[in-house]
Design a protein around this ligand. Sequence first.
Ligand code: PFF
Length: 359
Amino acid sequence: MDTEIKSKRGGWGSNFGFLMASIGSAVGLGNIWGFPYKMGKSGGAVFLLLYLVLVVLVGVTVMLGELALGRRSGKSGVSTYRALSKKYTWLGYAGVLCGFCIMCFYFVLGGIVLRYAVGYFLSLFGGSTFAWSGQGTDFFGYFLTDTKSMILFFVLYILLNIIVVSGGVHGGIEKFCNVGMPALFCLLVFIILYIACQPGAAEGYKFMFSPDFSVFSDPNVGFGRVLKNAAGQMFFSLSIGLGVMITYGSYLGKQEHLQRNAFIVCGADTLIAVMAGMAVMPACSAFGVEYGAGPGLLFASMQTVFSHMGSVGNLIGFLFYLLVLIAALTSSISMLELCTAYAVDKQIEKGLTPKRAKH
Ligand code: PFF
């Protein structure tokens, strides 16, 4: 019975594939955009310290719990909670609903990132200005009012997600992440090294790594707010609490080492968040852009940074947005998988064979 269900649901081809997919889910806009900007708002290194403590004390434990639950039940979030007790089923539904809402938010941002990546790519061939803009530096503001292209890129981004997830757990998600995650890492290292060579970058590192405890007594920040930001960021960044890790754990073989996997996923996610900070913060300090600029950090401030770099800015901009695109895709496909796995399990419970590719 178990092997029959497994053959209908599919599974990871290797532990490495599972790791790339799980790290891919965890590493997303939350790392590259949310982490640096929340750090910017919450006192730099103080935020980083609290964040690290929370990951070690809470994040790893919850991650391990979700992976263990998923592997034990061999099912997605809703069915796993139902198997524990009928009174917990709602937790599974709440996870799918929240995952769906975050996915919609991600689709919009992913569409914008795709447009930026394509724009910078085209500008490599079409002169030094950012393609299509013609609107000075306020490309973001212009794009938000350009409904047609907003919808076009939104739809393209959703299609990319559907293509990957319909390829199955192994044939779609795992294969995509096996290529995408190492590529993301290499791009990030390259961008960090490039930014490190810019004059003025040192200020950014100082902000990141020398704690300023006076933010605790600042009435606009305070300990409570830093803790709240760090805790929210930790849950979001590790993709825990919604059932994504239960679902990914359900495709994992019984012989794989869960504790080690949980540590690796949490460690890699934190490492990439810190590395993203090491790309974004020094870039801001080198080019005189504010750290805690919210959504504008990714879509306006970074664009200003690249436009100040001269002709090489278009290439660095393209590589940066390609990196952000990979990070966004590997996260949104995990949320789509959360919803898909729910539908797949429902079909299996009804005795049907799901149409999605199994390998
Ligand atoms: N962890 C992702 C990020 O840091 O951007 C976001 C995310 C993915 C949240 C999957 C929740 C989730 F289920």
